[in-house]
Design a binder for this molecule. Sequence first.
Ligand code: GLN
Length: 551
Amino acid sequence: MTKFVFVTGGVVSSLGKGIAASSIGSLLKSRGLDVTIQKFDPYLNVDPGTMSPYQHGEVFVTDDGAETDLDVGHYERFLGVSMHRENNVTAGQIYDAIIQKERRGDYLGRTVQVIPHVTDEIKSRMLGITRQGQVDVAIVEIGGTVGDIESLPFLEAIRQLRLELKRENTLFVHVTLVPHLGAAREIKTKPTQHSVKELRAIGIQPDILLCRTEIPLPDEVKEKIALFCNVPKEGVIEAIDVASIYEIPLMFHRGGLDDLIVEYLRIPSGPPDLRAWQAFAERLKSAKEQVVVAVVGKYTHLRDAYKSINEAIAHAGAANGVSVKIDWVDSERVEMDGPPALLGQVHGILIPGGFGDRGTEGMVQAARYARERNVPFFGICLGMQCAVIEFARDVAGLDGADSSEFRADTPHPVIDLLESQQGVSKKGGTMRLGAYACDLEGGSHAAIEYRAAQVSERHRHRYEFNNRYRGTLEAKGLRVSGVYKELDLVEIVELEGHPWFVGVQFHPELRSRPDEPHPLFRGFIRAAVEERRRREGASAAKGVGSAPVKP
Ligand code: GLN
């Protein structure tokens, strides 16, 4: 029978509940258990696909084409397994399902209510991910903060599940904040006490508290939290700030978290095998050389918008034995200040995905700079589209070439609406989404990096390379190195004669894992390392000393 670990959060949002849940998952998996994770988001959108990055950060796309919460990305990276649509449930989906049932007449004669109908629907989703009890442990993360009105039905559902599934099959982990007041030099436990009081008022007594803190928690503080929150002292576990999220499973293990979970849940299991985590954390720390890559986008002040790109770059850095500093460059500033001022010192340029025309001219300029100066370039989705637009305008002489997304009346729509998108007017879940096969051209950068003839990558877009221009652009040196055969869609472009210039219509960042860095990210960072060394060599030859960048 599947055991459940329910993860809630208190005091403030952004405590890293998703990473805590993922870390618990990775620890249990490293003890040989079959683990899955599911996130419940209390908002009424059906999925985050229609929300702005300001509201939500990155939208993580799964193989089966679900647009999900960015925590699902952490689940995949920490567990090393692919998630699916059912791993992310929103209040919008719950209410949508209930209203459809009501209209069908499934509840005929009855009043449809939060309890039991909404809570039953929530519970059925939770029980639904256990593969009829085959999964050893299901970790369920409840989004939001305890005390929010909208998360109440979810908390009520997990309260009921404890009664139904019994104590030894369910565990409540509450992630909380224990602030340190610098001026008073005091660690404060009251916010945690209040948050637990709030949980207990709705019938949930946490078993384990994960206490986010900036400084180590002295024993007496742990004892105080234990006493006031009615939790055994060994269940008060410190979650101190660490340099990298990939150290968190190791930190939790040192705090005794996984031992405690298997003891509480009576799961027979041996000690965890954490060698892969240790090796990765070591690789991150031991890098001596540093390269700098620019990410040129329009939400660069909002790191959550490019979460998976950030992680994929870290994985690729570790694989190359270097640390990577990311310069987050606002593409609108590139339009104002010009590329040399902002990109002159970087060893690689990456343009991520995005929507709408704001800032795209800056991206086009960044792509031109990378092409002309032989700087390694990686264009992802919108980034690939901007590189094609740039090439069409400046190399193929197609004046005014553009994407019809940005300029409907462009004389040369080198990027145009996908045929399958013609006539689509609904916005929710209607893009080209999820995994598609991509055939690679032998000998291309892509084929060399992937070491494969066919790969599968995830998509999220409405516009696409316009095949009407393929011949013209190829004749000028743009190489199409990956296609989706079934519909003859261009998925990868490269530049002939450039050290490393790759644009992809898909989102490779979504597939990168710490121990399996994405081949294209690994190649891009390797090219950046070569670029740094080339510049160092060039400046040494000129006798002007080594490059300015130090680890
Ligand atoms: N806006 C572009 C499109 O819809 C790119 C999408 C993206 O970068 N994810 O095709």
